[in-house]
Design a protein around this ligand. Sequence first.
Ligand code: G6P
Length: 472
Amino acid sequence: MSRLIVVSNRTPGKGPAAGGLAVALRKTLAERDGFWFGWSGRLVDRPDSEAVFEDIEGIKVGKIDLTRDDHHAYYAGFSNSILWPSFHLRLDLATIEGHWYEGYRRVNAQFAQALLPHIAPDDVIWVHDYHMIPLASELRHLGINNRIGFYLHIPFPTVDALYAIPHHNELMRDLSRYDLIGMQANRDVSAFTEFADHQSPSTLSGSPLKSVDFSRTEVAAFPIGSDPEAFARLAVSPAATKMVRRMERALGDQALVLGVDRLDYSKGLPQRVEAYEKLLANNASLRRQVHLLQVAPPSRDTIKEYQETSDTLDAMVGRLMGRFAEPDWQPVTYVKRAYGQPSLAGLYRLARVGLVTPLRDGMNLVAHEYVASQDPHDPGVLVLSRFAGAAEIFEDALLVNPFDTDETAEALRLALNMPIEERRHRWERLMAGAHDHSVDRWAESYLSRLAPTGQNGQPAPVRDVLYLDSVA
Ligand code: G6P
């Protein structure tokens, strides 16, 4: 089997992996020869052109340093103040500073240069997420004609949002340098196809941009998942059980409603608090009977829009407390801290309701992990945003429009009152969905499409065309 090179902005660290991306890829790479390549997390004045490799818990990881200025333009700037909000249809929160594109491109070129000496002819290269869209172009310019795949972990934007992104046509041309583009959901493939069919309109700077040729690029949905068996085991592990016991003591008879999200405006946290407030306002009998625990580790907190989301949430939770708390009862616990997977698995298992209501989300692995952690005899209910990729998989969740806080409040009421038979019935089908879309199957199906082995176990031929033209 050919070696696998995984490339992403972040690389796995020591200890338990945090984000879904790290969890998913670490497992895949542990089973194949190859390495992971990404940013070291270090900012230096003069980055070495050579990557430094180390062994991290059995996985070979190559890392490069970046300059502070490049990193700012590439990460906080182009990736997270332009691409992230636009792809999540939050143009109101985007900061369109076109010059960040240069830093974004420079970093991708630096990645390509540092990766080049480590690529063997048969290697399959799998590039992850919006930070790295130009990487295949940069590698092709350096003469690499290996199979290169791209996987987008976040939603693909509608055409109008895409047109608002500076250099969107170059980015789309960059995507056409990949052999396979994987998306989370059918919705994303449709949006991509719409762009590919219609292409870009005229701009101020001139006539319609040259159309992009996608004839050599395959685009398909590969919904990512979790490791449901591992989560099911983790949820009854001693560490998880310790958390369950602790929480049971604190909660008494109250039913737990749980949210776990990075503190990001795409997660719909203010709307969620508003929905919960409406639940308590409209159903006096639920007060003292229910408790919302929102875990929200801070994220990208150098960016103004993230600080503002955090401030908004502080104010809303404070208002909720002032309105409903009593000396001996609090309706909500809000924790701005990350927890390890065992503790989370315990919390998921205990929660009567998993409240997963992003305004827009690529997949949302919390939904998968919540389902996998349930007690089959007494499972909780998943309340899920219809705008998460996970909604295409979990039709038996209570699907809500997260912008409609009355609807979410009503879904919470239904979930809290749902009879055990219906909970079991729904959960069995949700769990079947989590199994069908496990992270193992995701990686296997993506990689077998990217690099199918031909007859006699020989690798499929590599791409025979070199891209010598410059990015127009
Ligand atoms: C999302 C993105 C990932 C990213 C993660 C954490 O899940 O799809 O690429 O790594 O958020 O964000 P951060 O900016 O901290 O890497």
